[in-house]
Design a protein around this ligand. Structure first.
Ligand code: NAD
Length: 243
């Protein structure tokens, strides 16, 4: 069975990515950290709707032991992971002068340690099979830099560096590593913004609408597809022409 692991998949963009892969016939491992009920409900729904094996797997992406256990369980229950989507993330807005060391560490750990831990566990199986696709979810703020989001932008820029370097290293093993940089996408992550800010962001977007999780999920599915076999180390903007 061709199996996909999507981190942070109980809601938002991750949920849509999991749904997209299930609709394409993949077995889907839905990683969650806290939202057990939502993850289980999604797994049940995808199994019923698309008749593919799915499971909900708890692990904090910051925790290497939890990730190791999760990947072992996914392997024994759903089969080897051939597509990994590093999607789990957090977002906060703070002036740099108000950022604490804890804010900084939590942000970098969630995004960078998260990518590191999951990739570390999944990659050896991909290398032994000489095939695999890793898609990392960065952000347009990782490319452009975002005011009051120095910690978030730094973490997301790190994911771009991670993607480009790993892509070169594992290309000879038949593994593609790419990243997607979403613009402003309508999910719970935007709850930190008031309506006025959201309207301004929409106006700054060339296509004059906010993005949807589906916009991102379709780009991820393309990068995971055979049609994208010659694409690696790419940074794909899905931002409605924000810049
Ligand atoms: P969201 O808050 O709805 O979803 C994020 C998911 O990640 C949640 O399910 C959360 O529980 C999970 N998560 C957080 N920390 C985790 C951890 N330590 N271990 C496991 N899971 C964890 O947000 P979203 O908009 O769906 O974001 C998905 C990804 O897209 C994130 O990496 C985010 O930074 C990125 N992104 C989002 C936007 C946007 O506008 N929504 C823009 C650019 C990039």
């Amino acid at each position: 069975m061709n199996t996909v692991l999507v981190t942070g998949a109980s809601r938002g963009i991750g949920k849509e990515i999991a749904t997209e892969f299930a609709s394409l016939g993949y077995a889907v491992a839905i990683n969650y950290n806290k939202s057990k009920d939502a993850a289980n409900t999604l797994a049940m729904h995808l199994m019923k709707e698309y008749k593919v094996p799915c499971g909900a797997y708890k692990a904090d992406v910051k925790n290497p032991l939890e990730i190791k256990t999760m990947v072992e369980s996914v392997k024994s229950e759903l089969g080897s992971i051939i597509i990994l989507v590093n999607n789990a993330g957090i977002s906060t807005q703070k002036m740099f002068t108000d950022l604490t060391g804890e804010d900084w560490k939590e942000m970098l750990a969630t995004h960078l340690d998260g990518c590191f831990n999951c990739t570390k566990e999944v990659l050896p199986h991909m290398i032994s099979r000489k095939h695999g696709k890793i898609i990392n979810i960065s952000s347009m703020w990782g490319v452009a830099g975002g005011s009051c989001e120095v910690h978030y932008s730094t973490a997301k820029a790190g994911i771009i560096g991670f993607t480009k370097s790993l892509a070169k290293e594992v290309a000879p093993s038949g593994i593609n590593v790419n990243c997607v940089c979403p613009g402003v996408i309508k999910t719970d992550m935007l709850n930190i913004f008031d309506e006025n800010t959201l309207n301004n962001l929409q106006q700054q977007t060339s296509l004059k609408r906010l993005g949807t999780p589906t916009d991102v999920a379709k780009a991820v599915a393309f990068l995971a597809s055979k049609e994208a076999d010659y694409i690696t180390g790419a940074v794909l903007n899905v931002n409605g022409g924000f810049f």
